[in-house]
Design a protein around this ligand. Structure first.
Ligand SMILES: NC(=O)c1ccc[n+]([C@@H]2O[C@H](COP(=O)([O-])OP(=O)(O)OC[C@H]3O[C@@H](n4cnc5c(N)ncnc54)[C@H](OP(=O)(O)O)[C@@H]3O)[C@@H](O)[C@H]2O)c1
Ligand SMILES: [Zn+2]
Ligand SMILES: [Zn+2]
Length: 352
């Protein structure tokens, strides 16, 4: 084992603070990665504050972070796909049993033995897994991704969660040219959703509560922007969408978006608010509409998404911050004051 620097929360109400954690020495199939950048996902905040206590209670200390890009420093003797010096990514998953039907279907996130990058059961050291707010991580090479060399590593880090979480449902729902696609909530996930929908050829409409994001939404690739608090603007789009991706982190009215779907249209929730959202069944009945959820994506599809980003030159729009600003960044994220993802420069951790 070796020591790594990290930022951890000691309880649901404590700020994140510098600490030391233990990482395992690489097994024959592991890669050791020096973390260069880690994105800040709203799920980090939900977990640190134990907002998902009824589904996945947080065990403290908690080191969040699952949008990791770094440099491989060491590989186990049986590792085939990586060598020291390679750029590598780690997303939300670090392990699965590799044999069950879900793993065979390449949706390891649904494996009964899936281990999330943080707050998951650590099979090697006991206790809980520690995530990417750290200067190093050790993972089985099955869960390390290749990051295209033409992508800026700070902007590529958020692809490992925000990227795959928006790419996967769009591919599954057949987003393509000629489709009208809505993206609700222009945050970390939402702005990636806009970029993917545009790159896939759809007509893209952003729904935002923040009127000041209008220009940005258009620059990011939206064809139209609707300020969702404006009932008149909403009404113009009634019954017209093939697909809407809802990436909102807090309570809001999903029925208003179901109303905007055309016959057979689909609304997929990727946002994971703390409290349940009321749904009117009549909104779905009239028009044979469907409401779905989507959880990140499997490893194979995550690699496909990264390669797609390499081909199309897609990265996240990031504000790079030192780790010492992480608590302030959480408060700003809650105020929707982030354009459009914080990416932590892990070099700043050397000062701790
Ligand atoms: N399904 C998955 O696998 C998965 C993966 C990652 C994250 N998530 C979840 O997805 C959600 C979004 O994550 P994120 O990192 O993109 O968060 P984020 O950057 O904070 O973005 C959330 C956006 O939601 C909108 N919003 C916030 N509060 C709102 C409210 N009260 N009413 C209406 N809109 C509101 C804001 O957009 P506007 O200013 O444009 O209105 C905000 O920018 C979180 O719940 C996160 O845990 C799920
Ligand atoms: Zn995430
Ligand atoms: Zn499995």
């Amino acid at each position: 084992m070796f020591n790594a620097r990290a930022y951890a929360a000691a309880s649901a109400t404590s700020p994140l603070a510098a600490t030391r954690i233990q990482r395992r020495d690489p097994t024959p199939t592991d890669v050791q990665i020096e973390i260069l950048y880690c994105g800040i996902c709203h799920s980090d905040l939900h977990t640190v504050r134990n907002e998902w206590s009824s589904i996945m209670p947080t065990v403290y200390p908690c080191v969040p972070g699952h949008e990791i890009v770094g440099r491989v420093t060491r590989v186990g003797s049986a590792v085939k796909g990586f060598k020291a010096g390679d750029l590598a990514g780690v997303g939300c998953l670090v392990d699965s049993d590799g044999t069950c039907p879900e793993c065979q279907a390449h949706v390891e996130q649904f494996c009964p033995g899936a281990v999330f990058t943080y707050n998951g059961p650590d099979k090697h050291l006991g206790g809980r897994t520690f995530g990417g707010y750290s200067d190093g991580i050790v993972v089985d090479e099955r869960f390390a991704l290749r990051v295209p060399a033409n992508l800026d590593p700070a902007g590529a880090a958020p692809l490992l969660c925000a990227g795959i979480t928006t790419y996967s449902p769009m591919r599954r729902q057949g987003v393509t040219q000629g489709k009208k696609v809505g993206v609700v909530g222009l945050g970390g996930l939402g702005h990636m959703g806009v970029k993917f929908a545009r790159a896939l050829g759809a007509h893209v409409v952003v729904f935002t509560t923040t009127a000041g994001k209008r220009e940005d939404a258009l620059r990011l690739g939206a064809h139209e922007v609707v300020v969702s608090r404006n009932a008149g603007e909403m009404a113009k789009h009634a019954g017209s969408f093939d697909f809407i991706l809802d990436a909102v982190s807090a309570e809001h009215d999903v029925n208003a978006y179901i109303h905007l779907l055309r016959r057979d249209g689909n609304l997929t929730l990727v946002g994971a608010p703390e409290k349940p959202l009321p749904v009117s069944s009549f909104g779905l009945l009239f028009g044979n509409k469907s409401l779905s959820g989507s959880l990140i994506g499997g490893i194979r599809e995550t690699q496909e998404m990264l390669d797609f980003c390499g081909t199309h030159g897609i990265t996240s729009d990031v504000e790079v911050i030192p780790i010492q600003k992480v608590n302030e960044a959480y408060e700003r994220m809650l105020r929707s004051d982030v354009k459009y993802r914080f990416s932590i420069d892990m070099a700043s951790l050397k000062a701790e």
